[in-house]
Every structure is written in structure tokens, then in C-alpha cells.
Ligand binder design. Structure first.
Ligand code: B12
Length: 356
């Protein structure tokens, strides 16, 4: 084993430099991602990587390099918080492939044939470990507990690894297997998006990944529209929106979809609807039920004003409120005299079936 632990060996340095340069040549994106400081650290890492690989080969023990691959991946994810886990995975797996090519191109003499073969196998093992590590994240108990965990995890994993088609397929298959639409919305999509928020909050995923997850989830919801609008009609009308400057509208959109699915005609007015527009739309569309959603606590006061205005101007219209802002209140909705509150959309749909 000629290269074992000998940093100063000219051949060792040559390999490290070749790998480093080749990686920048093949992946122009690296230039914008790596500051000069990061480049220096990256070169040091290349040297470490080769050293760990050679140690693993020396002892014919793949676990040494596998363990290191997982360790270095998590370290880089912690250091480069501006990059997504799957992007760092690509950097590392590219690196392992380039190292493999260069070691093989050197041919026997530098390493023995047997050593080259082992290095190739161990680099492949490191690639597998690194790919798996992208979604190997500690998840919250709320996400991990309850029905359909496997579907939910497969959906979340697809979002975290930028697999749009896979995300659609996971949900489509779940529907075909007979999971009710309400459960797909509440227990797969909503719970996955709550977890996406947790991962963002814990600084494990970046904002762009969170936006991507949102847009994919919205497109998955749209894929049910044929089914939703085919339901036999009832002569009942729902008007729904998120109020104040509230941009979180996926929850109230889910709620509207579930009502449409149950045969209601729905006027879903989206995010950040001001009070005069809510009142005007009630006058025009004459809903039986108005559903108001608040996610961020600062918009609770706006919601309260809108509730009062509806009660004053349209006393016959039923009012429901919901959304995450209410979860951390001492049952605030009870002081407003609304007809219904729930922490989830399905319960309101059920209540409305029985009471309106
Ligand atoms: C996607 C998202 C966004 C998107 C929203 C896009 C969109 N089209 O909706 C964008 C990028 C705009 C966004 C912005 C922000 N966000 Co944001 N966002 C999220 C995220 C990840 C998912 C939201 C979501 O769609 N959830 C899925 C839906 C289905 O769930 P839901 O809303 O809870 O709805 C369910 C129930 O609550 C219920 N329900 C909802 N409404 C109603 C109404 C009635 C009547 C009833 C009965 C039931 C009901 O039914 C639904 C189904 O069960 C959440 C994480 C989370 N915990 O949800 C953070 C989260 C809500 N965001 C957060 C923050 C901090 C922000 C920003 C301030 C970030 C920033 N620094 O700019 C801004 C604020 C923007 C604003 N003014 O509103 C925090 C809020 C923290 C807090 N304590 O308030 C969260 C919790 C992330 C986190 N873990 O820290 N966000």
C-alpha cells in the first residue's frame, strides 16, 4: 500500500490536486458556491477523503470509509447552510466518482490492481451512503406518529430530493389504493408541509427548498380537481379566504377543496383578503358559510374585526375560523361568538354536513 497516510508523497498530492481541479471543471456552479476560504477547506477535505479511503483499502474494511462518508456529509451540511442537503450530496458523489476515475486512470503500479478494485467498491459504497443520508433526518413526533406514515415519508423524501414526478406518483398511488381524499390532504400533504416548516425552522432545509415543496404540493392538490369537481352538487355555498396580510393560503385552499368535493359551491378567495372585499363578496355570492383562516398571530385582530363585521352585516351567515394562529391561544374563538372552530379542515366539512 504505497499511499497509506503519507501526505507528503508527491503522487498523493498530485491526485488530490487533479480531483480538486477536475471537480471545478465539471461543475461550474461550484465557483459561485465556494468562497476562497471554502476552496481551501475543500482542498483539505480532498486530502482527508483520499486518506480515509486508503486506510479503508489498507484494512480491507469498507465500514471505515462508509462511516467517514456519512460523517463528512453531515459536517458539510452543517457548515454550508446556504446549500441544500441534496446539492451537497451531488458535490460529494461527484467527488467520489472523479476520485474513482482518476485512481483507475493511474493504473496498477500506483496502487495494485486489487487496491484499485477495492477503492472503486468503497467509493461506490460511499456514494450510496451519501445519497441515503439526504433524507436521513430526525423528524418530529407529530410527523412520525399516526396513519399513513410510509406514504407521508415517501412524499416528504421526494420533496427533499427534488423528485417532482415521484411526489405526484406517491400520492396518486395512495389514492388508487383507496386512501380517502380527506386523509390524503390532512394526513399526507398538510402534515408533510408542517414538517417542511419544521425543517426550515431547524435550519436543515433552505428557503428555496421550502418554496419548491409548497409549489409541488399545490400542483399535487390540483391533480385532484377532476375528481373534486365531479361530485354531485348540493345547493350550499362556502366562501373562504385567509385574512390580513396572511400569505399562508394552502390550508384554507385545502378546506375549500374538501367542501367542493362534498358537493358545495365554493368561492375560494385566496390569501391576504381585506375586510371590505370579504364583505362585498359575501353580498354577491350569498354563502351559507364563511371560513376564515389565520396562520400568523398578528392577523388575529384583523380576523376578529372581520368576524364582527360579518355578524353585523350578515347575521344569518355561519362563520368558522381556523388555522395555526389559533392553536397557541386560550380558545380565543370562543370570545368571538363564531359558529365553529377546528384545528383541521375535515372536521369543519363534517360539522357543516350535519349542521348547515
Ligand atoms: C409554505 C409556507 C409559507 C409560504 C406560503 C405559501 C402559500 N401559498 O400558502 C410562504 C413562503 C409565503 C411563507 C411565508 C412566511 N412564513 Co411560512 N410557512 C409555510 C409552511 C412551510 C407551510 C404552510 C402550509 O401550507 N401548511 C400546510 C397547510 C395545509 O396547513 P395549515 O395551514 O395548518 O392548514 C390546516 C389547518 O390549520 C386547517 N385550517 C387552516 N385554515 C383553516 C380555516 C378554518 C376555518 C378551519 C376550520 C381549519 C383551517 O386546515 C388545514 C388542513 O388541515 C409553514 C409550516 C407550517 N407549520 O405549516 C410555514 C410557517 C407557517 N411560516 C412561518 C413564517 C415565520 C413565515 C414568514 C414570516 C417567513 C419570513 N421570514 O418571511 C412568512 C410570512 C408571510 C406572511 N405575511 O404571511 C412560520 C410561522 C411561525 C409562527 N410562529 O407564526 C411557520 C410555522 C414555519 C415554522 N415552522 O417556523 N410561508
Amino acid at each position: 500500500m504505497s499511499l497509506l497516510m503519507n501526505h507528503n508523497d508527491q503522487r498523493f498530492i498530485e491526485i488530490a490536486q487533479m480531483v480538486f481541479q477536475e471537480q471545478f471543471k465539471r461543475d461550474p456552479q461550484l465557483e459561485s458556491e465556494m468562497s476562497e476560504r471554502r476552496k481551501r477547506l475543500m482542498y483539505d477535505d480532498v486530502v482527508y477523503n483520499i486518506n480515509f479511503l486508503m486506510t479503508s483499502v489498507y484494512f480491507s474494511d469498507v465500514k471505515i470509509f462508509e462511516g467517514y462518508a456519512k460523517w463528512i456529509y453531515e459536517l458539510l451540511c452543517n457548515i454550508m447552510k446556504d446549500l441544500d442537503r441534496d446539492r451537497i450530496m451531488v458535490q460529494m458523489t461527484d467527488h467520489y466518482r472523479i476520485l474513482d476515475e482518476i485512481l483507475n486512470s493511474k493504473g496498477p503500479g500506483f496502487l495494485t490492481e486489487d487496491e484499485i478494485k477495492k477503492a472503486t467498491d468503497y467509493l461506490e459504497a460511499a456514494i450510496q451512503v451519501t445519497q441515503k443520508a439526504v433524507t436521513d433526518i430526525t423528524l418530529s413526533t407529530t410527523f412520525s406518529e399516526g396513519d399513513y406514515y410510509n406514504v407521508r415519508k415517501a412524499f416528504l423524501d421526494a420533496l427533499l430530493t427534488n423528485q417532482t414526478r415521484k411526489a405526484h406518483d406517491v400520492v396518486e398511488e395512495a389514492r388508487q389504493e383507496g386512501i380517502p381524499l380527506t386523509d390524503i390532504y390532512e394526513k399526507v400533504l398538510a402534515k408533510s408541509m408542517h414538517e417542511v416548516g419544521e425543517l426550515w425552522h431547524r435550519n436543515i432545509i433552505t428557503v428555496d427548498k421550502e418554496h419548491y415543496a409548497t409549489s409541488v404540493t399545490q400542483s399535487v392538490m390540483s391533480s385532484f380537481y377532476d375528481e373534486i369537481f365531479e361530485s354531485p352538487r348540493k345547493t350550499k355555498v362556502l366562501l373562504s379566504c385567509a385574512v390580513g396580510s396572511e400569505l399562508h393560503e394552502m390550508g384554507i385552499r385545502m378546506l375549500s377543496d374538501l367542501f367542493e368535493y362534498k358537493g358545495w359551491d365554493t368561492y375560494y378567495l385566496g390569501a391576504a383578503l381585506p375586510e371590505p372585499s370579504v364583505l362585498k363578496s359575501i353580498g354577491e355570492n350569498k354563502p351559507d358559510l364563511v371560513a376564515l383562516s389565520v396562520t400568523m398571530a398578528p392577523y388575529l385582530a384583523v380576523c376578529e374585526n372581520i368576524v364582527k363585521a360579518i355578524q353585523e352585516n350578515y347575521p344569518a351567515v355561519k362563520i368558522a375560523v381556523g388555522g395555526q394562529a389559533f392553536v397557541n391561544t386560550t380558545e380565543l374563538w370562543k370570545q368571538w361568538g363564531v359558529d365553529f372552530y377546528s384545528s383541521n379542515a375535515g372536521e369543519l366539512a363534517q360539522w357543516a354536513e350535519e349542521n348547515i
